[in-house]
Design a binder for this molecule. Sequence first.
Ligand code: PEP
Length: 258
Amino acid sequence: MAIDDMQRTPLIAGNWKMNLDLTSAGDLAKALHQNLDGLPGRDVVVIPPTPLVHAVATILDESTIKVGAQEVRAEASGAYTGDTSIEMIKSIGATYCLVGHSERREYHDETNKSCCEKIRALLNAGITPIYCVGEKLATREAGETLKFVEEQLRVGLGDIDGEEVLHVVVAYEPVWAIGTGKVATPEQAQEVHGHIRGYIGHLFDPEDGEGIRILYGGSVNAENIDGLMACPDIDGALVGGASLKADVFERIVKFEDV
Ligand code: PEP
């Protein structure tokens, strides 16, 4: 995709996490295809569990809705039982991939350094990384959120250059807001998003900071999406639980553009 086509079109991504099966994922994909295909002014991505990516991508093949994977390994192939390579997800229809989701950092020892390797390898393969950053509650309460997120960005984006950074999507997901029902206020989210934009401008080029898409994630739902999307530096949402119901996800995608 040309960089111009990518620039800050609102992007709503649904992370299905470890939910659904072949039948229910197919039903959800069909409903989204019917109601969101071709929607102007929005980029929509669904991110099923890896075993369901192929089936979902097949259903959405003729639609404008893109499919992502939740996890990959940076190595091309080898003795990594249970892992999935980038070529594998690419060959079954994924064009996006989450990197550094807090649940991977928590349960699978994902580090900023391993995120960096994955982002490099994904960009080499032409897959768009959605790089997740965000602080735990203790970090926020210690007043260290901005410094913490800066470090995640500095290391995670440490092996790419200014031209490439616009092919990355950043998702700010405060860990204390994920799956908890405690959404960040628009003011809290905007403060961090504005800071991320400025910091990416500092790491690369101010134009890159202006051009990169930064999603908010953490208990996004049909009630709070409009307020979040009204913030100048929020370019979309990474939605977990609320992406599993077609009508709720559709309402989120069709947020009120105020
Ligand atoms: C997520 O999985 O990235 C997420 C933000 O989950 P939820 O919307 O359920 O908080």
